[in-house]
Ligand binder design. Structure first.
Ligand code: FAD
Length: 319
């Protein structure tokens, strides 16, 4: 089923089209010019601008309501920056931010010296177990009642600020089932999420928003490189990959958890050196995630080795 909505800007259609073209270039997404309009393609969704003498009509269509609302909010923000205020036929005013779900913390289990597994329960859990692997965990500031992001009358999502601002780190769904999902937190110093989990939040409500950020790359041969923060994604890819997979992980042996003894997994001391030393056949997809500096080095190395951008991921998981 396709979800759709329509909006209207009643002045200066040239400015709206220029803003959309600029956004497409910034995000590196296609903007196609069709017979009567300009079509912006992102998140499996499309927004088409139809200019006329009195303004511009905006039509959005998307396979998922949350993606439609995300694009509606994002375009509202973009056009408001140019002092153009779209009026939408429908706005889910007061609803939780698109893609957000409220979940209960069902359990917190120490799995290894470095990792704690958290189980969340809620009716929306299944959505986070299929498709993209990742979500943002929304943690209210200590001692504050939760104040969740909601859709405003304009169509934009308004995030709480000041003392009510939420901590919003990314995590990876590592296991899921009927009405539950689990994720692993790697502990490090200065981590508000580690502090939150050390307090044992069992029974508390948290928000999660997503899913997003991709899943297992397609292809018969995969080579994965990652540190502890990437381990949950590597666990998923080792389960999901249909073909041959090798994984190089920078972690101590006592933090390998279920990957200990897996013949496809090697522990390495330095991820970018391991990448440089690893040979792979043509047609192999290379996935790399870790510190932002390492991801940058990996991207340069892979391009220098002649790889096409479509055939690798080099992601900054922390900085
Ligand atoms: C798509 C994606 C998926 C991710 N999945 C997971 C996951 O499943 N499990 C997981 O544990 N992490 C995961 N991460 C990484 C996680 O989001 C970051 O480590 C994040 O910084 C954690 O938030 P925080 O509250 O611990 O710290 P923040 O408030 O973000 O940072 C606090 C301080 O900790 C430092 N820091 C952050 N990460 C590390 C680290 N690994 N080692 C040492 N210092 C660090 C920061 O530089 C900063 O100084 C993922 C990241 C991305 C982008």
């Amino acid at each position: 089923m396709l979800h759709q909505t329509r909006g209207r800007i009643t002045r200066d259609n040239g400015a709206a089209i220029d803003a959309l073209k600029k956004r497409a270039a910034e995000w590196d997404v296609p903007l196609t010019e069709e017979a009567s309009g300009f079509c912006f393609h992102v998140w499996n969704s499309r927004a088409t601008l139809y200019p006329d003498a009195n303004g511009v009509t905006i039509e959005i269509s998307s396979p998922e309501q949350r993606l439609l609302q995300t694009l509606q909010g994002s375009l509202t923000e973009l056009f408001e920056e140019c002092l153009l205020c779209p009026k939408w036929d429908e706005v889910a005013e007061g609803a939780l931010a698109p893609g957000m779900a409220l979940m209960q913390v069902a359990s917190v289990t120490r799995r290894s010296p470095g990792f704690t597994r958290v189980r969340l329960e809620g009716h929306d859990a299944e959505r986070f177990g299929t498709g993209s692997y990742h979500f943002r965990l929304l943690i209210p500031r200590r001692g504050r009642p939760p104040c969740w992001p909601r859709i405003a009358a304009s169509g934009r999502t308004v995030w709480p600020e000041g003392d009510d601002a939420l901590h919003r780190p990314c995590y990876t769904t590592v296991a899921y089932g009927d009405n539950w999902l689990e994720f692993d937190i790697f502990h490090h110093t200065g981590s508000p999420t580690s502090d939150w989990v050390k307090e044992d939040p069992t029974g508390r409500t948290v928000g999660i928003i997503g899913p997003g950020g991709g899943a297992c790359p397609e292809g018969d041969k995969l080579v994965l490189f990652g540190d502890e923060t990437a381990m949950p994604a590597i666990i998923r890819m080792l389960q999901d990959a249909p073909g041959e997979v090798r994984a190089f992980i920078k972690a101590s042996a006592d933090n390998l958890c279920e990957l200990a003894g897996d013949p496809r997994v090697s522990i390495v001391a330095n991820l970018t050196e391991a990448l440089a030393e690893t040979e792979f056949d043509a047609g192999t997809y290379v996935w790399f995630a870790g510190h932002a500096d390492d991801a940058k080095i990996a991207r340069t190395q892979l391009l220098e080795r002649g790889m096409n951008k479509r055939d690798f991921t080099a992601a900054a998981y922390w900085s």
